[in-house]
Design a protein around this ligand. Structure first.
Ligand SMILES: [Zn+2]
Length: 200
């Protein structure tokens, strides 16, 4: 039988399984919070709640936003002719670190038949509608270098083949199987600079 009080065990159950967080770290955080001043625990719980209550999905790029349109989509100084396609909303902030100055489109996934994810399960229709209605001349596909990422890149390239849009993807040098948010800034800057055309 465990002598650890139930509220701490409950917090550990919630923390355990969060990305990169195992059971030992979950206990360390739970004991840290039990030991913290009330105000720190309160601030933590308010911050957690606000992320769910205040963060919306931008209606244009499908990235994170506080309003209907995110700050990047509302920024008239951004290059609207260059559109970068990413898998997850947080990948936008990675590309910003790499110095990309255009606009974004978040797919919210990649095509993965083994996981039952087809083209209609991610924001591909919305991407193609956007390409029809906007003057995009360059599409930078910045998906993770995986079988699914590559298949999705090829699907997009084939779908818009013959149109007057330059399609490129990040240059390799990005470690296979790695998530792009783990890449150091220098490698990422180089990968953006040396992006390659996708031919099909
Ligand atoms: Zn947006």
């Amino acid at each position: 039988m465990s002598y650890i009080p139930e509220p701490i065990e409950k917090l550990v159950r919630e923390l355990n399984g969060l990305p990169g967080l195992g059971v030992k770290t979950a206990y360390r955080i739970a004991f840290y919070i039990a030991d913290s001043a009330d105000i720190k625990a309160d601030n933590f719980s308010v911050a957690l709640k606000q992320v769910k209550e205040r963060i919306k999905i931008c209606k244009t790029c499908f990235g994170y936003s506080l309003d209907d349109d995110c700050r990047i989509c509302s920024d008239i100084s951004r290059d609207k002719k260059s559109l970068c396609v990413v898998e997850r909303p947080q990948d936008i902030f990675v590309m910003e670190r790499g110095g990309f100055k255009g606009s974004y489109h978040v797919l919210h996934g990649v095509i993965s038949p083994l996981d039952g994810v087809g083209p209609s399960d991610i924001k591909l229709k919305e991407l193609f509608e956007r390409l029809d209605s906007c003057e995009v001349t360059e599409l930078v596909i910045a998906l993770n270098p995986s079988v699914e990422g590559d298949a999705t890149t090829m699907y997009i390239a084939k779908h818009i083949a013959g149109r007057d849009i330059r399609v490129s993807r990040l240059a390799r040098g990005v470690p296979a199987g790695a998530s792009i948010d783990y890449i150091d800034d220098t490698t990422l800057c180089r990968a953006i600079e040396e992006r390659q055309d996708v031919s099909c």
